[in-house]
Design a protein around this ligand. Structure first.
Ligand code: CMC
Length: 428
């Protein structure tokens, strides 16, 4: 197979190298395009642009495949834990028992948050969105946990990873408790990562929280399914901001801001709000589907469609199954699940959704699962952020080790006015 492609411009031909990935996807390497031809490429939304070569996550949007470090996400969701999957993403291989134990101990050791940071939480308005609080607090972590000159670079990086993975989870629960005006619950060394989170969220002196292993399992799977998704908007933000060699806390804070948007991680909150609106209006999804199809109406079916998946998002299938299991275990019925299923059924028979390849995505069922776990609606995107942390961290780490890594600095095609003179105020 040809290892170059030929580009002809103004009668002159240029050979551009072809790059091939391990799963057969191919790209034209245009790194020297401007130098050799004077041209740049134009790709709004970067839908056709590869920003890096990566060995972390493989996804095939046509076949609905998602693998972390080669392992299908279905297998990880069934057998792994979030901590083990984080290790896999960051280090490239599944850990041996001693490695996993060491990693877990490190997460435990770094799970407390500096007491002085509590006053920050207390001073945010009670109605502040938790994603705004989280991005600010993660950025502030740098001030509380500055560089460690006595450590090697590798040790410092590993400590920073552990701090982020562990403290962000603690801060999320802390911020929830403070927003309620309740006593903060500290992490416990005898609980697993996910059990600890549920305990910090829901334990109270007057109503001790009983840890249910099935719910802990569901939370593990939920976070595993969110753990990485190659060069999505927030990961691209982490890589881009990180490319300026800013500290990791600042880069992750940028990722959290990007994730907040309703077209990205914020969709899990928007889906439940949409399902609730359908429920409140009598339960018939048809008018909402009609609005989503109307080009004059900005409304979109939240939890549907994806830039890469042109078939069912594999994560959505697993989440749907998990929602059913968790609700059964809790012996609870959620009318929003019925609405979601009805909506999916109607949309999947509609030619607009079929022709546009719009299928349920990760966020379609995830909110219903979070409701079942007792997570408040405005924290849904924070749950996504905690899950995505190992992905952001591993992608940042990969970029750090990449010998071809450069400051991210896209070009543009200028379409503004040609050069003109400044006109003084009295002559305008
Ligand atoms: N409802 C109705 N129409 C849609 C939808 C939708 N949810 N999504 C895409 N379309 C239509 C869109 O109107 C356009 O139609 P046409 O070609 O006739 O003008 C066509 O499909 C292509 O849409 P696009 O916006 O150009 O495609 P994109 O790849 O930029 O959009 C998306 C991807 C996820 C932003 C979009 O599908 C969307 O807005 N979905 C709803 C929000 C959502 O669920 N987001 C979560 C994404 S998955 C989790 C994550 O990655 O964070």
């Amino acid at each position: 197979m040809a290892k170059t492609v030929t580009l002809t411009v103004d009668g002159k031909s240029y050979e551009l190298p072809l790059v091939e990935g391990t799963e057969g996807e191919r790209a034209i390497d245009i790194a020297n395009l401007r130098r050799d031809t004077g041209l740049i490429t134009l790709d709004p939304g970067f839908a056709n642009t590869g920003s890096c070569q990566s060995s972390i996550t493989f996804m095939d949007g046509e076949r609905g495949i998602l693998r972390y470090r080669g392992i299908p996400v279905e297998q990880l969701a069934e057998h792994s834990t979030f901590v083990e999957t984080s290790y896999l993403l960051i280090n490239g291989e599944l850990p041996e028992r001693t490695q996993l134990n060491r990693f877990s101990v490190m997460l435990n050791d770094h799970s407390l948050v500096h007491e002085d940071m509590r006053s920050f939480f207390e001073n945010f308005p009670r109605r502040a969105h938790p994603m705004g609080i989280l991005s600010s607090m993660v950025s502030a972590l740098r001030a509380f946990y500055p560089e460690l000159p006595e450590r090697t670079e590798e040790e410092e990086i590993n400590i920073t990873f552990a701090r982020l993975l562990s403290k962000v989870r603690t801060m999320a629960a802390m911020s929830y408790k403070i927003s309620l005006g309740h006593k903060v619950v500290y992490p416990r060394h005898d609980l697993s990562y996910c059990a600890n989170f549920l305990n910090m969220m829901f334990d109270s002196p007057v109503r001790p929280y009983r840890i249910d292993e099935d719910l802990v399992r569901a939370l593990n799977a939920f976070w595993i399914l969110h753990a990485d998704h190659e060069q999505n908007c927030s990961t691209a933000a982490v890589r881009l901001v990180g490319s300026a060699k800013v500290n990791l806390y600042a880069a992750i804070s940028a990722g959290i801001c990007a994730l907040w948007g309703p077209l990205h991680g914020g969709a899990n909150q928007s889906v439940v709000e949409m399902l609730q609106r359908i429920y409140d209006s009598g339960g018939d999804p048809t008018p909402f589907i009609a609005r989503a199809k109307d080009r004059e109406d900005p409304f979109r079916l939240m939890g549907f469609g994806h830039r890469v998946y042109k078939t069912y998002d594999p994560r959505a299938r697993i989440l749907e199954k998990m929602v059913n299991n968790v609700l059964k275990k809790l012996q609870r019925h959620d009318p929003l699940l019925d609405i979601a299923k009805r909506l999916e059924e109607v949309a999947m028979k509609d030619s607009y959704f079929i022709d546009h390849h719009l299928y349920p995505n990760l966020d379609f069922y995830s909110g219903i699962l979070l409701r079942a776990l007792g997570i408040p609606l405005n924290m849904f995107t924070v749950m996504f952020a905690i899950g995505r942390l190992p992905g952001w961290i591993s992608q940042w780490k990969e970029s750090l080790d990449d010998p071809n890594w450069k400051l991210h600095r896209p070009r543009q095609i200028y379409t503004g006015p040609k050069c003109r003179d400044y006109i003084t105020m009295d002559k305008r």
